[in-house]
Design a protein around this ligand. Structure first.
Ligand code: 13P
Ligand code: SF4
Length: 335
């Protein structure tokens, strides 16, 4: 857990200066400091905790009780003990996962537009149809769903996985034939690490899929000694150029522990911002794009979510229990 204290506008400005982002003016930081103070008070009044994904805006980290990758956030959501409300600063499928583990708590997503292009690429109906077709060819077929999907897709899966544990989950399942949904790039990465037969869905993350080998090549040519760290949602030809392929939190650990001091971070820009703020002695270059969904979450949105208790995540008990089974399987196999 992060200890939260009131921050002044000047202190926030000093913290954000390492980002070299001219939009963080002293005036804006002053406004943010006021909002942060309001949110911290509302959290105490409402007995609320804030869980935030690594891609969130840096000012959101100031009100977060926990920041992490999808796997860490799922584990944290499962283990929440003393809060009545969970405010999820991330995207819809992540807030749904928090609800799956917390049926008795209110889970709020500050902006309902915070979706995900990957999650949108598979529906429960289409998945059920495809599974039926494939089971005629592969009777042992099991479905692994990357957590970037809706709860009703999770409910139809044998196990979920995240970027941190996809290979482990696939290798530990008993089946030899795996339908992997919805990310084609992560599926192809997993196929390279396993002897099992991976049948891929055709979804992708619009943020990672648009990063090209030419962009990585340009950065490498201009900066000798650059270490390339890529997210497994990147295309195969980009992954082939990476020194390490890691989940967002594993990227942070890698950069901290590595002897190298120059890194190209090939994922959403929020992660590079975290690295720039948290590891000041090293150099981080961004081959990144913004995720418009992650960036829907703002301090004003979090304040309004806590004030008006919106937008509440709900799902049927049947879907919740199905998704819980697949998520528990992941936590078990992927541990
Ligand atoms: P991580 O689980 O690595 O944090 O990734 C989540 C995500 O949405 C990547 O686009
Ligand atoms: Fe979805 Fe991609 Fe955004 Fe992650 S970065 S939330 S996968 S659209």
């Amino acid at each position: 857990m992060i200890t939260q204290t009131k921050i002044t506008g000047n202190e926030l400005h000093a913290k954000l200066v390492s980002l070299h982002d001219p939009t963080y003016t002293p005036e804006l930081c002053e406004q943010y400091a006021t909002l942060i103070d309001e949110i911290l008070k509302l959290k105490a009044q409402r007995s609320a905790i804030v869980l935030a994904h690594n891609y969130q805006r840096p000012e959101i980290f100031e009100v977060a009780d926990f920041i992490g990758d999808s796997f860490e956030l799922a584990r944290k959501a499962r283990d929440v003990e003393d809060a009545e409300i969970i405010v999820f600063c991330g995207v819809h499928f992540m807030a749904e996962t928090a609800k799956v583990f917390n049926p008795e708590r209110m889970v709020l997503l500050p902006d309902l537009r915070a979706g995900c292009s990957l999650a949108d690429s598979v529906t429960a109906e289409a998945l059920a149809e495809r599974v039926q077709e494939l089971r005629e060819i592969y009777p042992d077929l099991q479905v692994v769903s990357y957590v970037n999907c809706t709860a009703d897709v999770k409910a139809l899966s044998d196990a979920c996985c995240t970027s941190a544990n996809a290979v482990k989950v696939v290798n530990r399942l008993e089946a030899d034939n795996i339908l992997f949904v919805p990310d084609q790039n992560l599926a192809s990465y997993v196929q390279g690490q396993t002897s099992k037969n991976i049948i891929s869905w055709d979804g992708n993350c619009y943020v990672h899929h648009q990063i090209t080998p030419a962009e990585v090549e340009r950065a490498k040519a201009g900066i000798p000694g650059l270490v390339v760290i890529a997210h497994p949602e990147c295309r195969k030809d980009v992954i082939a150029m990476a020194d390490a392929v890691l989940s967002t939190s594993a990227m942070i650990r890698y950069a901290r522990e590595s002897n190298a001091d120059k890194f190209l971070i090939v994922t959403e820009c929020g992660l590079s911002d975290r690295l720039l703020m948290e590891i000041p002695g090293k150099h981080f270059y961004k081959a990144c794009k913004l995720c418009r969904y992650m960036k829907m979450i703002t301090l004003a949105g979090v304040r309004d979510a806590l004030t008006n208790l919106r937008y509440e995540i709900t799902m049927s008990e049947e879907v919740r229990q199905g998704a819980r089974r697949a998520l528990d399987r992941m936590l078990d196999l992927g541990a």
